[in-house]
Design a protein around this ligand. Structure first.
Ligand SMILES: *Cc1c(COP(=O)(O)O)cnc(C)c1O
Length: 408
């Protein structure tokens, strides 16, 4: 495989922000100085022990890290093969992995003297995490959200408002996450002086994909250590769900150079990966193009128009994938598969019944793939999956699909 060409998978991106043919910095001249300032500040912070000391303190006392690595015993018995462990990032404050990254970016913003934070959000999870940390530090917070999503995700809109954020419904384009991200980039250019753009996944122009990955890598670093403690060795297989790919990169990154560890990213297969394009599987059903300042695999039609896609899970509803994943796919270091809405729903219920854990629909996709492969693997094979979010936000969606009337 092509990966034999590389001594290490952990050195990227290069100085132009490229992971092989992917990533980079495709932005307007007006945005360039902001991006360069951010890059310089991040490069400096990265080697500053004070920066990491502040992160460590807040990860521990505010977020609740380290999250447990949990042996899912009943699930393992039910599947009858490989041993399944769950990295419990759903136990974080605000219920998902998003806050790991938000903390890093907000601490950076404060060091840069920025007082106004902007963010994009789709389902609202990144918006809630950003509003939360802004409240914690007394910063002004503006969240761009597609008008369509504002309607669909009312509880998260209210949460953000309770936390003091201004939520701006975006009506351009089709009023979804892609358009919200475009409007946030426009806001940034207009309000250069006091504004910091906090991106929620491993996308956007360099240095965002690498920076967000670095902040989320706390997941994989902890998992490595915890697995050594529990089993005295590394896992055989890692599995994580992919929207933009930040929880997955966070788990995968510290294991990239462990050649014996298989790495699997699970995309949202929606109604199935075929010509109808009713899915969000950028790698399985898309091709390379440029969106939001980087080159990566995207859902697009024959004319290169970006498609919206579909997934039962609002958090996986992004038409692209982080550029590092595109590179890991092309080098063969990681494998990408798709799981449909109905497979994710079945895994959601399996997790509730066997482990007493209500997962978010996003990691239910990862679990569905675990349920697919575990039965055929030997009992001494260890799988570690990222349970990156809890399901409170999804119970209405699940109730509707199961035909359960919440009002009765
Ligand atoms: C936002 C979100 C995702 C998708 O984002 P990634 O960047 O791919 O991690 C997945 N799971 C949960 C719980 C989320 O909130």
């Amino acid at each position: 495989m092509a990966s034999d060409l590389f001594n290490s998978f952990m050195t990227g991106p290069d100085e132009r922000g490229r992971f092989g043919d992917f990533g980079g910095r495709f932005v307007s001249e007006t945005l360039m100085p902001l991006i360069l300032e951010l890059e310089a500040c991040y490069e400096h912070a990265k080697t500053d022990p004070d920066f990491w000391a502040e992160m460590e303190y807040l990860w521990k006392h505010y977020v609740g890290r380290p999250s447990p690595l949990y042996f899912a015993e009943r699930l393992t018995e039910r599947l009858g093969g490989a041993k399944v462990y769950m990295k419990r990032d759903e136990l974080n404050h605000t219920g998902a992995h998003k806050i790991n990254n938000v903390l890093g970016q907000i601490i950076l913003a404060r060091r840069m003297g920025k007082s106004r934070i902007i963010a994009e959000t789709g389902a609202g999870q990144h918006g809630v995490a950003t509003a939360t940390v802004c409240a914690r530090f007394g910063l002004k917070c503006v969240v761009y959200m597609g008008a369509h999503d504002v309607e669909r995700q009312a509880p998260n809109v209210f949460r953000m408002r309770l936390l003091g954020a201004e939520v701006v419904p975006v009506t351009s384009g089709r009023g979804t996450l892609k358009d919200a991200m475009n409007d946030a980039l426009r806001d940034w250019v207009t309000n250069v002086r006091d504004t910091f753009y906090c991106i929620g996944t491993v996308a956007g122009p360099h240095p965002y994909p690498a920076m967000v990955r670095d902040f989320q890598s706390i997941i994989g670093r902890e998992a490595r250590e915890q697995m050594q403690e529990a089993e005295g060795r590394l896992p055989d297989t890692l599995v994580a769900a992919i929207g933009g790919g930040s929880n997955a990169m966070g788990l995968f990154y510290p294991f990239l150079d462990d050649k014996d560890v298989a790495i699997i990213g699970v995309e949202a297969g929606g109604h199935g990966v075929d010509d109808r394009m009713e899915h969000c599987a950028s790698i399985a059903g898309g091709r390379p193009g440029v969106l939001h300042g980087n080159r990566t695999y995207l859902l697009q039609d024959d004319d290169g128009q970006i498609l919206e896609g579909h997934s039962i899970s609002a958090g996986l509803d992004y038409p692209g994938i982080g550029p590092e994943h595109s590179w890991l796919h092309e080098t063969g270091r990681a494998t990408y598969v798709a799981i449909t809405d109905s497979e994710a729903l079945a895994a959601f219920q399996l997790c509730c019944e066997t482990e007493g854990i209500i997962p978010a629909l996003e990691p239910a996709h990862a679990l569905a793939h675990v349920a697919r492969i575990a039965p055929d693997l030997p009992r001494d094979h260890i799988i570690c999956m990222n349970l990156c979010g809890r399901g409170d936000k999804d119970i209405f969606t699940v109730a509707r699909h199961l035909g359960f009337d919440m009002k009765s």
